[in-house]
Structure formats: C-alpha cells, structure tokens
Design a protein around this ligand. Structure first.
Ligand SMILES: Cc1ncc(COP(=O)(O)O)c(C=O)c1O
Length: 391
C-alpha cells in the first residue's frame, strides 16, 4: 500500500532548501570514526548538568516519582519560574501565569497553535531560529518575514515590521538574544515593537532561551512593557546544560495559560515528575549557574573572535550574548554553502550554513563557541588556512 500523509511538506521544508544539519551529521559520524573533526555546529556545551540537579532527579526516581503529574507543572516549580520572571521584568507574575513545558521549542509550538489558525498571519524576523517556520505554519498561519539586515547589525527594521502588519496579522515571534545572530533587542527596539503590537492588537512571542546567560542574566523585557499581550518562552536547556532534559516554560496572561493547559493535556500529559524535581533544584541554584554559564560563554566568545580576526574575506560579527558567532564569508568569493562544504572536506571543521536561518544570513556561517578554547583556536587556524587557499 502507498502510504498517505497529511500535506505538511510546505511547512517542514528547510529554509532556502538548505538542510541545516547535513554537514553536522556527516561531521558527527566522521568524529565517531575517530577523524580529527572540530564540531562547532550545534549549541550544546560539552559540560555536565549541575550535580544537585542530577541528584534530585535520581532521588525523585528512587522515591517513586514516576506517576502522572499536574498538566501545567508542579506548583513549587511554577512558583519559582514566576518569581524569576517577576525579578527579571519588574512586573508581578504568579504560578497561574506559568506552564511548565518540554522546552522552549514546545512553548513556541503551543504558542503558535494558541494564537493563530488558517487565514491568519504571523510575523517573524529574518534571520530566525530554524524551527520557526514549521512551528508557526503548523497552526495553519502564513509566515511573514521581516528582515533584520546585516547592515543594521541584525536589529529589526521597525518600519518594515509595521508595513508587514495586515488585518490578518495575529502575532510577532522573535528571539532575544537571537539565534544565529546573538543580538539582544535594545530598549528602543522593544519600545518600537511593543508600540506596533499595541496599536494593532498583536501578540508578541518572546523566545528568551538565552536570556539567562546574557550580561546581568536578563535582557530588555517586552513582557514588562505589555504583559497582557506578551508570551515569554524559555528553558533550562542553555543556562544549566540541560538540553536533553526537555524542560522549559511558557509565561503569559492567566487566560492564555488555561488554554495552554488544554493543549498540553493532549500533547504531553504533563512533564515527568522527576524531571520537574530536577528543574526545581536547578531553579534553586539558578543565579550562580547562569552566571557560570555566562562566564563560560564569554571567555570562549573572546577566544573565537581573536582566532578568526583578520582573516582575509571573513568577517566575524560580535554577538551580544548566546553561544554563536556569525562569520560573513562573502568576501572570500564563495557562497556560504560552498565555503561550509569546502571547509569541512579540507579542514574537518563543521559549522552551520546561515542560509538555514533565512535570507538575511545567506553568505554567513554560524559557529558555536561553547567548546574548549584550544579547539576554538585550532578551528580559527583551519578556517584561516582554508580561506587563504581560496585567495
Ligand atoms: C532561539 C532558540 N529557541 C528555541 C530553542 C530550543 O530550545 P529548548 O531546548 O529550550 O527547546 C533553541 C535551541 O537551540 C534556540 O536557539
């Protein structure tokens, strides 16, 4: 029998036809075979989850925390997340504003389903994280891109943003700090975006998965400016080296959270209790853990920036925060896809093609600097040698 599936190809299609992970998986396999590969293609630091977090999960498992849990999450965890949000934004936030979900990604997907459907439009900023097109279009909404040009330091073009709003627009999805750019929305970016959202009655979904590792462990807040129309999503993935635990949150108005509960019931049936216990332990050491991860990334950002400085034809962009640095390779005469492939084949360095994040980063490569400093220095030497071979 020929299998028939729902027609989802158009929204799961890769940006610009670029499979972001093709070189990464090839590189991963080569590394597993023992080849001298440097993998800077994925944002998953090679460090362990803090010991108290692991210990709490093990203890919870041993004490039988293996049953169904509350759909929106355990109250002590929701309260801690609410307290963090209140502290970061300066506005009141309570457990009723919080849903515990399976990571930021789950929060993005659920937000999309809660806010839009067929006939609606959702605006995102190009470049965007690779899962945005599918997460947004899964709701049936049309994805509308507004460019953040390299010439504007990848900050959103507010005039273009306003011009993109139509009667069908329901929401704006964005990430601060951004991925792949590492750009943090400035206070005036936030003012401008909120002003547009207010005047047109739009939701804003603010993806703050890297906010905890920004300077001061926070970013200028959209939610503080417009709490009734802003959904904030985030997780412990990046700040606590907990990418594989799949635990994060959605924070928004209480009536929206009630709707999220209905959806989360059919989608997840609750996050495992022992994972939530671990998350509680993680929240209890949040400030010092975020600071450590911030410092870890900061040192490595500087190492990579120095390692790729003054490479003819390659321009490194200074990120505000996060784990990534963009390298503009247009000056080498090669497009990003050709540079990426050539670099991997000749020098065994794996990066990610900027084109996978949108049109504005075609010609750029994304390097993750959450790696060992010696590896970053060696990657810099190899990129330099490859770029020189093109000259
Ligand atoms: C901007 C952005 N949003 C969401 C995610 C997914 O994060 P999580 O592990 O919390 O689902 C990532 C992961 O790299 C990301 O970079």
């Amino acid at each position: 029998m020929k299998h028939r599936f729902a027609p989802i190809e158009h929204w799961i299609a890769h940006e610009g036809g670029v499979d972001p992970w093709a070189i990464h998986w090839e590189a991963r396999q080569a590394k597993d075979r023992g080849e001298d590969v440097i993998l800077l293609s994925v944002g998953d630091p090679p460090i362990d989850t803090p010991v108290p977090v692991v210990d709490r999960a093990v203890a919870a498992l041993r004490s039988g925390d293996t049953h169904y849990t509350e759909i929106l999450g355990k109250m002590p965890l929701r309260e801690r997340i609410a307290a963090m949000h209140a502290e970061r934004t300066g506005i009141p936030c309570a457990a009723e504003n919080v849903a515990v979900l399976a990571g930021t990604q789950n929060g993005l997907f659920i937000s999309s389903l809660c806010l839009a459907s067929h006939g609606d439009e959702i605006i995102t900023i190009d470049p965007m994280y690779t899962t945005y097109p599918a997460s947004i279009q899964a709701s049936g909404a049309k994805l509308v891109r507004v460019p953040a040009h390299a010439s504007m330091g990848f900050h959103p073009d507010l005039k273009a943003l306003e011009a993109a709003v139509t009667r069908s627009t329901r929401a704006i999805f964005l990430a601060t700090p951004g991925n792949p750019t590492g750009v943090i929305l400035s206070e005036s970016d936030c003012d401008g975006i909120v002003d547009i959202a207010k005047r047109h009655g739009l939701w804003i979904v603010s993806d703050e998965v890297y906010a905890g590792i920004a300077d001061g462990n926070r970013v200028p807040s959209l939610a503080a400016r417009l709490p009734d129309q802003v959904i904030t999503v985030g997780s412990l993935s990046k700040s606590h080296a907990m990418t594989g635990w799949r635990v994060g949150w959605l924070i928004g108005p209480a009536d929206l959270v009630k709707l999220v509960e209905e959806l989360a019931l059919c989608m997840l049936y609750g996050i495992p209790g022992f994972i939530q216990e671990a998350a509680i332990a993680a929240m209890d050491i949040r400030v010092e853990t975020e600071r450590k991860m911030h410092d870890y990334c900061r040192v490595r950002r500087d190492v990579l920036y120095r390692a790729v400085a003054d490479i003819p034809g390659v321009q490194a962009l200074w990120p505000d925060a996060g784990m990534f640095m963009l390298l503009d390779v247009r000056g080498t005469g090669l497009g990003s896809a050709a540079f990426l492939r050539g670099l991997f084949e000749t020098e065994k360095v794996s990066l990610l093609d900027g084109a996978a994040f949108g049109r504005e980063t075609d010609g750029f490569l994304r390097a993750c600097f959450a790696a060992e400093p010696a590896e970053l220095e060696e990657a810099g030497r190899r990129i330099r040698r490859y770029a020189a071979s093109l000259a």
